[in-house]
Design a protein around this ligand. Structure first.
Ligand code: WTA
Length: 658
C-alpha cells in the first residue's frame, strides 16, 4: 500500500496539472450576485457609465456633475458630488430596516465579545465625533490612530470621517519611532491610542510607545486613550493633554450631523513602504474610494444581506481599511473583527470563531494559510465550518499547494476561492475572480476587475507574449486609486507614473497565460513582502547602520516556507568590533525597536566586505543568490569578484548566517 504522504503528493500533482481549472460550483453560480459575463464588456466600453451606475448605490447629499476627469496621472472622480463616508457606512443603515442588524461582531482575544448593531454604532460614532470636536478637531485636521483591534478602532475611523477629519492609522505593532515619523509627516493634531493591546496573552504597551512618539511630535495637542488592558498596562496619563475615551464619550451627545464632504476631499492617509527609507503617505479621497471598495466587496465576495463576513487583517493595514471597515459597512454588511492571534489560546482559534459566529465569507492571507497547513488539518477538522461559502486571499502570491489545502480543508471543496491582487495605493481589489463567473486556477489572481485594464510590459514598454514575465502596469484610472503622496506630489509622479508614460507602474512582476489569466510574480523593486507585510530594504538597512557597531548593511528578502519572504541582512562591522552571537541578537532587537517586530531580520550575517559594482552600488541580486543557495548570477560588473566568492564560501560554511 502506498504511504499517505506519497498519495497526497500524487493527488496534488494531478490537481495542479497544467490547465486544471476550478469552475464555480453550479450551486454557487446560480445564486451569485454577478452571473453575466457582459459586465466586463460593459465596463470596458463605458467606464464612466459603469461606475456611475454603481455610484447610485451610495447616498449623496449632492449628485456629481461628471463621473471622471482624467489628466494622467491626476484623477478626479464624481466631480461636484457631495457625500459623507460615515453616513454611508452607518447612519443610512441605522435609519433603515438594518437598524438592529449587527454591524460589527467583535471577538476579543481573552474571549470577551461585543456586538454593535448599526443603531448602536451610529450612536457610538456620533459620541466620539462630538468628543473629537470638543478637543478642537475641525474638518481637514489630521488624526493619528494607534490602537489594537478593538471596536473603538473602527469607531474612531468612522468618527473622523463623520466630521471630515482625515485619519492616519498606524499599525499597533509599529515602534514609537515609526509612529512619530508618521505623526510628523501628517502633522496630526490628535493621537488616539490605547492603554495597551492584548497579544497572545501579553500586553503591548501602546501608551508607552505613544508617549515616546509624541516627544518630538509637537503637532499633537491631545491624546485619547482607550482603556482595554487596565492596570496591567501601567499607562500614565498626562493632565490636560490626555483623556480617557470612556470619559469623553460619557459626556458627549449621540447626535452629530455629517459633514458634507466634496467627492475629492481627503478621507485618509495610510503610510506604506516604498523604495526609500521614508514611508509614503498614500492619499485616499472620499467618493471614489468608498465606491471602489464597496463595489468590489459586493461583487467579489458575493455579499448577501444576511452574511457574516470576516476579514482577518488588521485595520492598521489597507486591507482592514477597505475590507473590514469601509467596504462591508458601506454595503450594510455584518463585519467581524478579531482582536488577537490565530494560536491563542490554541491553534484552532480561527475555526472556533468561524463556527461560533457562522462565518459565511472568510478573507485571509497566504502566510496564514501556510501556517495552518503546518499546524495540521486536525485543527480546522474539530469545528463545524459548514457555514462557509466563499474564501478569499490577499497580500502575496498564493502557492498552489496552499490554495489546494485551503480549498480542501477549509472550503471542503465547496467554496470558490478568490485570490485578490491589489495594493495600498490601489485602494481596492483590481485583479480577482468574480466567484460566480470565473473558473479559477490555483496560484492565479485570474482577471482584472470590470473596468480595470492591466498589461504586462518589458523594459522598453512593449507588451510581452503569453507566459513571459514582465512588469505589471495599469492603463486606465479606477475610482479608489490613490490621488497623490501626502505632501510629495513629485514622488507620486516619479515613482508611479514615469517609468511608462501615463501608465501606473505597480512595482510587481507578472505574466499572462494563454487564457488571459494573470499570475503575480512578486515585487520587482526593493520592497519586501514578509508575511504579507510591506517592508523596504532601505528601512531595515537604515535601522541597522543606526547601531553603533555597524559600518554598512545590505538587506535582502529570501524565500521562506511560511512567511513567503524573510529578511536577511549582510552586515559589515566597524573596525575593532567583534562579530559575536550576542551582537547578532542585539542587532535583530535593535531593528525591532526601531521599526517594529515585523521588520526583525531572520538572519544576520557578518562579512568584512559587501559585493559592489565599480560605481560602489551594492549588488543585492548576488546576495539573494547566496542566501537562497543558488549558483551566483553574472558577477562581471563587480569591482572585486573575489569578495562575492569568499562571501559565498563563508556563508555556506557558517550554515546560512545562523
Ligand atoms: C502583493 C495589500 C500576489 C503585491 C493589499 C503588491 C499580492 C503588494 C497579492 C501590496 C496577490 C497583494 N497576489 N501578490 N493576491 N495581493 N500582493 O500595499 O506585491 O500591503 O504590490 O497591499 O502585495 O501590498 P500592500
Amino acid at each position: 500500500m502506498a504511504d499517505p504522504a506519497a498519495k497526497q503528493q500524487e493527488r496534488l500533482a494531478a490537481l495542479l496539472q497544467e490547465g486544471r481549472t476550478f469552475p464555480p460550483p453550479e450551486e454557487f453560480r446560480r445564486q451569485a450576485n454577478i452571473r453575466d459575463v457582459k459586465v466586463y464588456e460593459e465596463a470596458q466600453r463605458d467606464l464612466e457609465g459603469f461606475w456611475g451606475a454603481q455610484a447610485e448605490r451610495l447616498d449623496w447629499f449632492k449628485r456629481w456633475d461628471k463621473a471622471l476627469e482624467w489628466n494622467a496621472p491626476w484623477a478626479k472622480w464624481f466631480v461636484g458630488g457631495k457625500l459623507n463616508a460615515a453616513y454611508n457606512c452607518v447612519d443610512r443603515h441605522a435609519r433603515s430596516e438594518r437598524r438592529n442588524k449587527a454591524a460589527i461582531l467583535w471577538e476579543g482575544e481573552p474571549g470577551d465579545s461585543r456586538v454593535l448593531t448599526f443603531g448602536m454604532l451610529e450612536r457610538e460614532v456620533n459620541r466620539f465625533a462630538n468628543a473629537l470636536k470638543s478637543l478642537g478637531v475641525k474638518k481637514g485636521d489630521r488624526v493619528a490612530i494607534y490602537l489594537g483591534m478593538v471596536p473603538e478602532l473602527a469607531i474612531a475611523l468612522l468618527a473622523c470621517a463623520k466630521i471630515g477629519a482625515p485619519h492616519s492609522v498606524v499599525f499597533g505593532g509599529f515602534s514609537a519611532e515609526s509612529l512619530r515619523e508618521r505623526i510628523q509627516d501628517a502633522k496630526a493634531k490628535i493621537l488616539i491610542t490605547g492603554d495597551g493591546a492584548w497579544r497572545r496573552g501579553n500586553v503591548v504597551p501602546l501608551k508607552h510607545h505613544a508617549d515616546e512618539a509624541i516627544q518630538g511630535a509637537p503637532s499633537i495637542e491631545h491624546v485619547v486613550v482607550v482603556e482595554r488592558v487596565g492596570k496591567a498596562a501601567h499607562a500614565a496619563m498626562k493632565e490636560g493633554r490626555d483623556f480617557w475615551w470612556h470619559e469623553l464619550v460619557a459626556q458627549a451627545s449621540d447626535q452629530c450631523d455629517p459633514e458634507a464632504m466634496d467627492a475629492e476631499d481627503l478621507l485618509y492617509i495610510l503610510y506604506t513602504s516604498g523604495t526609500t527609507g521614508k514611508p509614503k503617505g498614500v492619499v485616499h479621497t472620499t467618493a471614489g474610494y468608498l465606491l471602489g471598495v464597496s463595489t468590489t466587496h459586493r461583487m467579489i465576495f458575493d455579499i448577501k444581506e444576511n452574511d457574516v463576513y470576516w476579514c482577518t487583517a488588521d485595520i492598521g493595514w489597507v486591507t482592514g481599511h477597505s475590507y473590514i471597515v469601509y467596504g462591508p459597512l458601506a454595503n450594510g454588511c455584518t463585519t467581524l473583527m478579531y482582536e488577537g492571534s490565530p494560536d491563542y489560546p490554541d491553534r484552532d482559534r480561527f475555526w472556533s470563531i468561524v463556527a461560533k459566529y457562522g462565518v459565511n465569507v472568510l478573507y485571509t492571507a497566504p502566510t496564514a494559510i501556510r501556517t495552518f497547513m503546518r499546524w495540521g488539518a486536525e485543527w480546522p477538522a474539530k469545528h463545524d465550518l459548514s457555514s462557509l461559502r466563499l474564501l478569499g486571499t490577499v497580500g502575496e502570491p498564493i502557492n498552489p499547494e496552499a490554495w489546494i489545502w485551503y480549498h480542501e480543508n477549509i472550503g471542503h471543496e465547496r467554496c470558490p476561492i478568490v485570490d485578490t491582487w491589489w495594493q495600498t495605493e490601489t485602494g481596492m481589489i483590481l485583479i480577482s475572480p468574480l466567484p460566480g463567473l470565473t473558473a479559477t486556477k490555483p496560484g492565479s489572481a485570474t482577471r482584472p476587475f470590470p473596468g480595470i485594464e492591466a498589461e504586462v510590459l518589458d523594459e522598453r514598454g512593449r507588451r510581452v507574449g503569453p507566459g513571459a514575465g514582465g512588469y505589471l502596469v495599469l492603463t486606465r484610472p479606477w475610482p479608489a486609486m490613490f490621488r497623490t503622496i501626502y505632501g510629495d506630489p513629485d514622488r507620486y509622479v516619479n515613482q508611479y507614473w514615469s517609468r511608462y508614460e501615463g501608465k501606473y507602474f505597480t512595482g510587481d512582476g507578472a505574466k499572462v497565460d494563454e487564457d488571459g489569466y494573470f499570475w503575480l510574480l512578486g515585487r520587482v523593486d526593493d520592497v519586501m513582502n514578509v508575511a504579507g507585510h510591506r517592508i523596504s530594504t532601505y528601512e531595515v538597512e537604515s535601522a541597522l547602520v543606526d547601531h553603533s557597531a555597524v559600518a554598512e548593511a545590505a538587506v535582502i528578502a529570501k524565500a521562506h516556507d511560511v512567511k513567503g519572504q524573510a529578511i536577511a541582512a549582510f552586515v559589515t562591522l566597524k573596525e575593532g568590533v567583534q562579530p559575536t552571537e550576542e551582537l547578532k541578537a542585539g542587532l535583530k532587537q535593535h531593528v525591532a525597536n526601531k521599526i517594529g517586530a515585523i521588520a526583525r531580520p531572520e538572519d544576520i550575517f557578518f562579512t568584512p566586505e559587501l559585493p559592489k559594482t565599480r560605481s560602489a552600488k551594492i549588488m543585492r541580486r548576488l546576495l539573494r543568490d547566496i542566501a537562497e543557495g543558488r549558483v551566483l548570477g553574472d558577477t562581471t560588473t563587480l569591482a572585486d569578484p573575489a569578495v562575492i566568492s569568499k562571501l559565498k564560501q563563508q556563508y555556506e560554511e557558517e550554515g546560512k548566517g545562523e
